[in-house]
Design a protein around this ligand. Structure first.
Ligand SMILES: Nc1nc2c(ncn2[C@@H]2O[C@H](COP(=O)(O)OP(=O)(O)O)[C@@H](O)[C@H]2O)c(=O)[nH]1
Ligand SMILES: [Mg+2]
Length: 231
């Protein structure tokens, strides 16, 4: 599959991570469809949802094509491959507020990210999902705050069921990644990721980041990196 309809300024790829059952797939559908789906037919190995949005920053309007990848159930078998992490620019790391185990696993997921993401310090938004289940909640805000502070992660409580904070969580990550991109000319790892055409499992995409109106710009980021970089 190739991305053909290039009427956007940036193509961003995110990954949703977290233990099985925390609500990753529901959260993703809630974000793209505005609905809480309770049943899924998942194509093993390839699951992603897409959405267009506009990001305004520094007096400029950026059209973003957002592609959010789901684990398609592979996390259940701890079988996520290195390739799965490789191309993502940002990560939504999700646990279930009603499952202490899923919260304790967050440090393992962070370790996976540190090993496999394009940078040792990628943009991550931590989401405590199922915040609608007040009576069943077992993870306290204090517990999460301590962890979020330790790893310097932004934290947000979401409900894929009611839709609470779902859009905010994704947009918080968009903001972080876009900020990094806007400052990226000095960031070697990100500019490499942005310029190379990559493969995700079973799929081939065009350049990670395409800027319109600047012919050849997607191939010239390394060059512009050198021109704009003061470090
Ligand atoms: N009450 C409630 N249930 C949720 C929420 N998100 C997911 N679920 C339920 O949790 C279960 C697992 O959700 P799913 O999205 O398949 O989890 P995944 O394995 O992480 O993709 C399903 O039964 C969902 O209906 C939520 O925010 N609130
Ligand atoms: Mg799922």
């Amino acid at each position: 599959m190739t991305t053909t309809n290039i009427d956007y300024d940036y193509l961003l790829k995110f990954l949703v991570l977290g233990d099985s059952g925390v609500g990753k797939t529901c959260l993703l559908y809630q974000y793209t469809d505005g609905r809480f789906h309770t049943q899924f037919i998942s194509t093993v190995g390839i699951d992603f949802r897409e959405k267009r949005l506009v990001y305004n920053s520094r007096g400029r309007r950026h059209r973003i094509h957002l592609q959010i990848w789901d684990t398609a159930g592979q996390e259940r078998f701890r079988s996520l491959t290195t390739a799965f992490y490789r191309d993502a620019m940002g990560f939504l790391l999700i646990f279930d507020l009603t499952s202490e185990k899923s919260f304790l696993e967050i440090t393992n997921w962070l370790e996976q990210l540190r090993m496999h993401a394009y940078s040792e310090d990628p943009d991550v938004v931590l989401c405590g999902n199922k915040c609608d289940l007040l009576q069943l909640r077992v993870v306290s805000r204090e517990q999460v705050s301590a962890l979020a502070e330790r790893y310097r992660l932004p934290y947000i409580e979401t409900s894929a069921c009611t839709g609470a904070n779902v859009q905010q969580a994704v947009e918080l990550l968009v903001g972080r990644v876009m900020e990094r991109i806007e400052n990226a000319m000095c960031n070697r790892e990100l500019s490499l990721l942005m310029t190379q055409s990559r493969c995700l499992p079973n799929l081939v995409f065009g350049p990670e980041l395409v800027r319109l109106g600047e012919p050849g710009a997607s191939h010239d980021v390394s060059e512009s990196t050198r021109r704009n970089c003061n470090c």
